[in-house]
Design a protein around this ligand. Structure first.
Ligand code: BGC
Ligand code: BGC
Length: 658
């Protein structure tokens, strides 16, 4: 059988021709080498540079054990000073969500760049034979989201709705420039999760429940972020979280992904083949475990999964960059603690994200190698991979500060691009009576506290980890939808009421109601089974605000910000028009561009199915779908939605769910 290149395989998912057999025979003795061959075969697109490999080998040979262990250690900037980076030969630092230079949320771009330069200079001032520059990694997951003044793009769920890979590549380019402005050269993005259950608090970090979309976007985002890899506006990208993060049972973050090998290969793996093909240089291991219930094989936590991290990823998929663990991710491997985990290193983790307990980790790992629990060859391989990525990305040739963008505040601005992305990401679910677009010469009532909240508009991973602690001023820029409408229509024509109570609605030509989830990140955003997932139940004040203005003879346009497709038929029925805006980011002008009559129509189409009941949290059998993936109205093709069914929501989804 001729195997098609992976690029063709992905969009078409021609399973047989790609060497993926739909009904895979299980080998009687599951040796992992045999099972790795089940995965599509792939080679690194970056040719081996023999001179570079020789140079790396020489450096590694000249390193002491302590220097090697330092190289694979990644502390967090709150817990390590530049001088400690020098003293402990540290290979990498990261800043977590909501961690800034000097723990100042308002730190300037110059301050970020200055701190980066201090870490860099310290790393090349050691007593080593060859100095090895430190690499700083950051979560720029919707723009450079920890930096005050940086334009924040829509979160991935909205980008998925835009269905525009070229746009994604441009966002990647702009994000890379934002990051280089702060002296940082490595980004923990893109997230390639195929989100399956909207209970999951990271649903918005997933582009789509469709692996084909995730694969197309993986390619575009990696190309955008990495560029040529060693240019002044390029950063190293990370494919995360490897793998199966989007498929956990009941959508529990860091939980158990119950999937067959075939589902891992065709669904959860899809984004990785594309990212690797685009030359992604790092992969982050995932917190979840993998349990192939059907085959009776519980593979345990991904951080300890040698088969996938080594045999599949490096062997079969040809990955020659390095694998980084997730934040204290090693702690979840049986027998491990936050500061000690030979099993994860032996499984194939090359760089360990040990934010706080890095000193103890170094001591423990040094003795693991001395006492033979970690083979020296494994440590050398990890260091080799890290050095390869550092060399390829130009870190050995020039400091991160040698970029035209370094320290420049204007380089974190990308408002026109973000505004375009917002326009393209909005999905029109209902527009009965052609209420939208709104005429520009009318008087509008704007209702809902979220209308003037950059915090709700940007969601989690925005200035802070959870994103819930921010005021509009913290963003140092950006526009709320209220601000955008005032600017477009004139402040006198836009009256604002946070709760809509006691307002004479009849004095207006239309009401715009803005509803929103409040921000969350990771497990804190999970809606745990068996709780129903219904927006009006979780946010009763939103329902009250909408009720206060609905049914008064004046058209009601509702805009919902959410990190997940939230069951909302009751709210949709109270509205003449309903817009799913997801988490649009800092550029509210993009929302106004489409809501108001002008040159723009709705182009967004759902990248996740929209549920038809509060207990329908997935897309498989037994779930009610109100609007299918791919749905989205436009001005060009008016369609009446009418009254939607409102099935009774039980107090618990215990028995209601499939
Ligand atoms: C998240 C990762 C992130 C890392 C560093 C973890 O909790 O799962 O996505 O890159 O923290 O902030
Ligand atoms: C996140 C970090 C964050 C930290 C806060 C982690 O799980 O990934 O980005 O800074 O928690 O404790």
């Amino acid at each position: 059988m001729t195997r098609l290149p992976i690029k063709i395989c992905l969009p078409l998912l021609l399973l047989a021709a790609c060497g993926i057999s739909p009904a895979m025979e299980r080998s009687p003795t599951p040796a992992s080498a045999v099972e790795a061959a089940d995965w599509p075969s792939h080679r690194s697109p970056t040719p081996v540079d023999a001179a570079m490999e020789r140079r790396i080998a020489e450096i590694v040979t000249g390193m002491t054990l302590e220097q090697k262990v330092g190289q694979i250690t990644q502390p967090e900037i709150r817990y390590i000073t530049p001088d400690e980076v020098r003293q402990y030969y540290i290979g990498s630092v990261l800043n977590g969500g909501g961690s800034w230079p000097g723990m100042d949320k308002g730190a300037s771009v110059e301050e970020w760049a200055a701190l980066s330069n201090r870490y860099y200079l310290a790393s090349v001032s050691t007593d080593m034979v060859v100095q090895i520059p430190v690499i700083w990694g950051t979560d720029a997951v919707h723009g450079h989201n920890n930096v005050a003044g940086a334009t924040l793009f829509p979160h991935n769920i909205g980008l998925g709705a835009a269905n525009d890979p070229a746009l994604i590549e441009r966002i990647g380019r702009a994000t890379a420039r934002q990051v280089r402005a702060t002296g940082i050269t490595w980004v923990f993005a893109p997230t390639l999760a195929v989100g399956e259950n909207r209970r999951w608090g990271r649903t918005y970090e997933s582009y789509s429940s469709d692996p084909t979309v995730v694969a197309l976007y993986a390619d575009a985002m990696v190309r955008g972020l990495q560029g040529e890899l060693d240019g002044e506006g390029d950063v190293v990208a990370t494919a995360k979280h490897f793998m199966g993060d989007g498929g956990t049972f009941n959508g529990i973050d860091q939980g158990e992904t119950r999937a067959t090998r075939q589902e891992m290969i065709t669904r959860h793996g899809a984004g990785y083949y594309a990212a690797l093909d685009a030359g992604v240089q790092t992969v982050m291991a995932s917190y979840n475990s993998w349990n192939d219930v059907q085959a009776g094989e519980d593979h345990g936590k991904m951080h300890g999964n040698r088969e996938l991290l080594t045999d599949v990823l490096r062997g079969q998929l040809g990955f020659d960059g390095f694998v980084v663990s997730d934040w204290n991710g090693i702690d979840q491997v049986p027998g491990c603690t936050k500061d000690h985990c030979a099993a994860a290193i032996n499984a194939g983790i090359d760089m360990i994200m040990v934010p706080e307990d890095w000193k103890a980790f170094i001591v423990n790992t040094v003795s693991d190698v001395r006492e033979g629990r970690i083979p020296m060859a494994r440590l050398d391989e990890a260091v080799t991979r890290i050095l390869r990525v550092k060399m390829r990305s130009g870190l050995f040739d020039r400091p991160p500060s040698a970029s035209v963008y370094n320290g420049r505040a204007e380089a974190v601005q990308a408002s026109m691009l973000a505004r375009e992305a917002v326009r393209k990401s909005m999905v029109l679910l209902k527009n009965d009576g052609g209420v939208l677009p709104l005429a520009r010469d009318r008087k509008i009532l704007v209702v809902g506290a979220s209308a003037d909240s950059l915090s709700n508009q940007t969601g989690g991973w925005s200035l802070t980890w959870q994103g819930a602690e921010n005021t509009n001023a913290d963003f140092r820029g950006g526009t709320t939808l209220l601000g955008a409408l005032r600017r477009a229509l004139g402040a006198a024509n836009v009256i604002y009421s946070a709760d809509g109570a006691g307002v004479d609605v009849s004095a207006f030509d239309a009401v715009v109601v803005v509803l929103s989830e409040t921000p969350y990140a990771e497990f804190q955003g999970d809606v745990r089974h068996p709780a129903p997932v219904q927006h009006s139940l979780n946010y009763p004040a939103d329902l009250a605000a909408l009720r206060a203005v609905s049914g008064k003879g004046v058209p009601v346009v509702t805009v919902l910000y959410s990190g997940r497709p939230a069951y909302a038929n009751d709210l949709i029925n109270l509205s003449d028009a309903f817009v799913a805006a997801f988490l649009p980011g800092t550029e509210g002008d993009g929302l106004a561009d489409v809501l108001l009559r002008g040159e723009y129509d709705f182009a967004g189409r759902l990248s996740f199915a929209w549920p038809g009941s509060a207990c329908s949290t997935g897309e498989g059998p037994g779930n009610l779908v109100q609007f299918a993936r791919g749905y989205g109205l436009s001005y060009a093709t008016p369609t009446r939605v009418g009254r939607l069914p409102t099935p009774t929501t039980p107090a618990s989804c215990e028995t209601a769910e499939p």
